[in-house]
Design a binder for this molecule. Structure first.
Ligand code: 5AD
Ligand code: SF4
Ligand code: FES
Length: 348
């Protein structure tokens, strides 16, 4: 049933600590019933910080000349993918800034094919490489990718326009999501929470957007100002505790409203509070994305200030996350794809 907008607004507006706790608990019960308490890992490789776009909120926007740009070479990516496979992670996520040139899109084809080969087809491949043409999405699907993450960032077109230069198009982004779905990808999207100018009604509409677009996976996180962006000034009034709570409430309300989707507990939550990602799981998320990117590159992939684990390599993060999951009494789904139950239902 389509969620009720007024109800979403009421839930997202809760502020009494007991009521907020009760909201998380209700979301956790829905999670237990619909997706269980197994957490799935997606090993994340931040392939390249080169980006053709210039989003006002993002630390690696093309206009930030202070960032040293990198692209990880094929053999290094494959070594990380192999490690990820040997650890029993169900799937890997290749993420980077947005580039549509043939040299780069062809490089991705090679990577997908090589990762499929080294894992005997077992490692699931998720891409998070921005807006592309249908032909490119199709080529990547044929090479072996089966999931795609593309955040809409906000489902309010006016707000989208206020946060991006004039040549960035909300409409194209939406079309990309629909194309991905048509091509049979499992499709993930998401928004930032607490964007300048965003209202609680916008967030309720974001949840209705996920419902209407029949989205399988959701990755959301609080907006955190970055000091080298046009939105840097917002860091003066930024309140991490408030941002964390807004992020957790959004996860909880999404779980309650959408039930069987996969929801990631994102690193941005941990940037705001040391145990932020555990709190995300307890508010209804069921996916974690441990960072596999070699530490030498991490400095270069800071989309927001205060990103954690800059000095922790993949195995440190793995152990750390395992302990965090144990500490809240959940288990890890090793050697399983952990496909979105929503996607399974959608196809069947
Ligand atoms: N704060 C939080 N999230 C951000 N992203 C980009 N910049 C920021 C920021 N300042 C998110 C966007 C993008 C994802 C890769 O990172 O939602 O889609
Ligand atoms: Fe590029 Fe994505 Fe950052 Fe926008 S949010 S500048 S598309 S990396
Ligand atoms: Fe990276 Fe804890 S999650 S070290």
């Amino acid at each position: 049933m389509r969620p009720n907008r007024d109800e979403l607004i009421i839930l997202l507006s809760l502020s009494d600590p007991d009521e907020v706790e009760a909201l998380y608990k209700r979301a956790y019960d829905v999670k237990k019933e619909y997706v269980g308490t197994t957490v799935y890992f997606r090993g994340l490789i931040e392939l390249s910080n080169i980006c053709a776009k210039n989003c006002y909120y993002c630390g690696i926007r093309s206009g930030n000349s202070k960032v040293k740009r990198y692209t990880i070479a094929k053999d290094e990516v494959l070594a990380e993918a192999k490690w990820c496979f040997e650890q029993g992670y169900g799937s890997i996520v290749l993420q980077s800034g947005e580039r549509e040139d043939a040299a780069y899109t062809g490089y991705i084809v090679e990577l997908i094919q090589a990762i499929k080969e080294l894992s005997g087809g077992e490692l699931g491949i998720t891409l998070s490489l921005g807006e592309q043409t249908e032909e490119v999405y199709q080529k990547w699907y044929e090479a072996g990718a089966h999931r795609y993450l593309l955040r809409i960032e906000t489902s309010n077109p006016q707000l989208y326009a206020a946060l991006h230069p004039a040549d960035h198009s909300y409409h194209r982004r939406l079309q990309c999501l629909r194309t991905l779905k048509k091509l049979n990808y499992q499709v993930g999207t998401g928004v930032m929470i607490g964007l300048p100018g965003q209202t609680v009604a916008d967030l309720a509409d974001d949840i209705l957007f996920f419902y209407d677009e029949d989205i399988d996976m959701i990755g959301m996180g609080p907006f955190i100002p970055h000091h080298e962006t046009p939105l840097a000034d917002y860091s003066q009034s930024f309140d991490p505790a408030q941002a964390l709570e807004a992020g957790l409430k959004m996860i909880a309300v999404c779980r309650i409203a959408l039930k069987d989707v996969n929801i990631a507990s994102t690193t941005a939550l941990q940037a705001l509070f040391p145990t932020g990602r555990e709190l995300g799981l307890q508010a209804g998320a069921n996916i974690l994305m441990p960072n596999l990117t070699d530490v030498q590159y991490r400095e270069g992939y800071q989309l927001y200030d205060g990103k954690p684990c800059l000095d922790e390599n993949a195995s440190l993060c793995k152990n750390c996350l395992e302990n965090r999951i144990k500490s809240i009494g959940e288990t890890i789904g090793y050697r399983e794809w952990g496909d979105s139950r929503h996607f399974q239902g959608r196809r069947g």
